[in-house]
Design a protein around this ligand. Structure first.
Ligand code: GLC
Ligand code: MG
Length: 605
């Protein structure tokens, strides 16, 4: 009886299976004969998932009141520009009350707008106008430290109840040879040079600062501190901010002292070119990437997601600024227990792993690394530069500007642009006398300060060829305007038939295509110096980027590249290319000048 039933069941099953196979075969034959394949169903992306984020360094973007310092009203006056450029979100470096030792990364009041940048009303107006134009506004959250001029620090230094351990305080390390000697608690070195420990005469203890002396590290082992950071987060989200870029997050925790109150020393790195005051002299195992920090990050995400849900807000995003190895970087996305953290950690690979010396294989390898290690279901991102690093043409070459922007804008995921990259701005020259950056002042001298200075990447934006490049009506600006502004400026590039800006604009437009929002990718090194990135999606046109990253002419054969079929038409090309939009390429032999980049359109695969 049982076996009889089995036979019946098997027969039914095989009819279904055979039927299904026959059915799909018929479908395949029919489909291949005349009908084009069904277009794939495209799931709508959330606002941030395929967007272009533009980093504004507020001090240097646009000055509305002629004091030589950029401000919020200046940004508001240029919002339309982002719409034209194809930018979906702006991230502003810190705009909160600050003594400006580290230009806003040392906050003295987290709930106020810094007076040089404007008022709370100016901020509200900025957000309102931006939102009207469909532009999201992301703020910079600085949880790791607060200014020593903040109320938090003053109260903590005064041992006010509730604030005693708001920061990381320590007694001196006892000197066994001389009990009156005051030793620093450990050999830890600040990111800006010198000990992380600073003596407070008032409290007769050391406090810890991983950055400047005026940026005291908050103590995230304290519930009150954690709670206060949540309050700060909520405050600006309720004011309409669309999320945060979270600063210096790997430094949130340090190894605690042992039961005797003694902090462990870092091992020495063995780098004999550095002196004991310089970061890099030690190997940082006690001051960065501590696993506890991820718990806090996951809590932030939960908190923000909950707020979002309760208020029926659109997605509020968290992006992590984490210079870390690939494992610790990817952990910001989430862990194996299913906890989620950042919408993404910034991908700094174009800054830290690639340079003018890299060849096409290096590019492919580094790009694949991110896409390979990124946990499933998450969104990638690409960053070409920021206010902490030399500008792109200095790290790569000026002839690579369009190719790099194209790569950034054509890779799957979010593209991040630092102000000026869209017009190929170069590092400005800032003399030692004019130097403002605390890192350069701390670690450098008249001869070597440029190795340390972040000022060259922070000079004012080049709007046009008028006074101070149209940044300010004042001829004197907080950092000098770079002297190439007459040649490299937005107004000129809008007028020119071909320009970096126009290439950039054509690519942000291309990003609207389903092939770019939803398509797959293929990337390979065709030769030592030329790479190809293909973006393809069934039934939609294929777009590819061919980019010679080398400093010499190179010839490639595109006829055997997967996913390319039919003729290849130029969609856009780097400004120094001889090819223009509409040209058709001969696949077998494409010769590219140094740095030349071609964006090509071809038939669906
Ligand atoms: C981040 C910022 C940098 C700042 C540092 C300390 O790395 O990008 O500008 O100096 O954190 O806040
Ligand atoms: Mg101003």
């Amino acid at each position: 009886m049982a076996s009889c039933l089995k036979i019946v069941l098997y027969s039914i099953l095989s009819i279904i299976v055979v039927g299904a196979i026959a059915g799909s075969l018929t479908w395949a034959i029919l489909a291949s004969r005349d009908d084009p394949p069904d277009p794939p169903e495209l799931i709508d992306l959330d606002w941030w998932e395929g967007t272009v984020i533009y980093q504004i360094y507020p001090r240097s973007f646009k000055d509305s009141d002629g004091d030589g310092i950029g401000d919020l009203k200046g940004i508001t006056s240029e919002l339309q520009h982002f719409v034209e450029t194809g930018v979906g979100a702006i991230w502003m470096s810190p705009i909160f009350t600050s003594p400006m030792v580290d230009f806003g990364y040392d906050i003295s009041n987290f709930y106020e707008i810094h007076y040089e940048y404007g008022t709370m009303a100016d901020f509200e107006e900025l957000v309102e106008k931006a939102h009207e134009l469909g532009i999201k506004v992301i703020l910079d959250l600085i949880p790791n430290h607060a200014s020593t001029e903040s109320e938090y620090f003053k109260r903590s230094e005064d041992m006010e109840p509730g604030y005693e351990d708001f920061f990381v305080w320590s007694d001196p390390r006892p000197d066994p040879e001389n009990s009156t000697n005051r030793l620093v608690p450990s050999n830890w070195i600040s990111q800006f040079g010198g000990s992380v420990w600073e003596w407070s005469e008032k409290r007769q203890q050391y406090y810890l600062h991983q950055f400047a002396i005026e940026q005291a590290d908050l103590n995230f082992r304290q519930e009150v501190v954690k709670q206060e950071m949540l309050n700060i987060m909520r405050f600006w989200l309720e004011k309409g901010a669309d999320g945060y870029r979270i600063d210096a997050i790997p430094h949130l925790f340090e190894t605690p002292p042992n039961s005797d109150g003694i902090y462990p020393d870092e091992p020495l790195s063995g780098n004999c070119f550095l002196n004991p005051d310089q970061p890099g002299y030690t190997t940082q195992i006690h001051v960065r990437d501590l696993i506890e920090l991820y718990d806090v990050f996951f809590e932030w995400r939960e908190y923000v997601d909950n707020l979002q849900q309760q208020n029926s807000w659109e997605t509020k995003v968290l992006f992590a600024e984490a210079y870390a190895n690939i494992t610790m970087t990817m952990l910001y996305y989430g862990d194996e227990a299913g906890r989620i953290g950042a919408h993404f950690p910034f991908n700094f690979d174009f800054i830290t792993s690639l340079s003018a010396r890299s060849n096409a294989r290096d590019f492919v390898y580094v790009i694949q690394r991110w896409l390979t290690y990124m946990p499933h279901g998450h969104v990638a991102n690409w960053v070409l530069g920021n206010h902490d690093n030399n500008r792109l043409p200095s790290r790569f070459r000026t002839d690579m500007v369009d190719g790099m922007n194209s790569l950034n804008l054509m890779l799957p995921g979010v593209a991040v642009t630092y102000q000026g990259e869209e017009i190929g701005m170069r590092d400005g020259f800032v003399s030692w006398e004019d130097t403002q950056d605390v890192n350069a002042i701390n670690q450098g001298n008249e001869d070597n300060y440029l190795e340390f200075s972040r000022d060259p990447a922070r000079t004012p934006y080049h709007w046009d060829s008028s006074t101070s490049a149209g940044f300010s009506t004042n001829i004197s600006t907080w950092l000098p305007v770079a002297n190439d502004y007459l040649v490299i400026n937005l107004a000129a590039q809008k007028l020119a038939p071909r320009s970096h800006y126009k290439v950039y604009q054509s690519l942000t437009k291309l990003r609207q295509e389903p092939t770019l929002t939803h398509g797959n990718y293929h990337i390979e090194a065709l030769t030592e110096n030329t790479l190809i990135l293909v973006r393809y999606l069934v039934t939609h046109d294929t777009y590819s980027l061919v980019f010679n990253v080398g400093n010499q002419t190179d010839t490639v054969n595109l006829s055997r590249v997967e996913y390319l079929s039919g003729s290849l038409d130029v969609y856009t090309s780097s400004v120094h290319s001889n090819r223009v939009a509409g040209d058709t390429l001969d696949l077998d032999e494409v010769t590219l000048q140094a740095g030349e980049a071609l964006v090509l359109k071809s038939a669906p695969t």
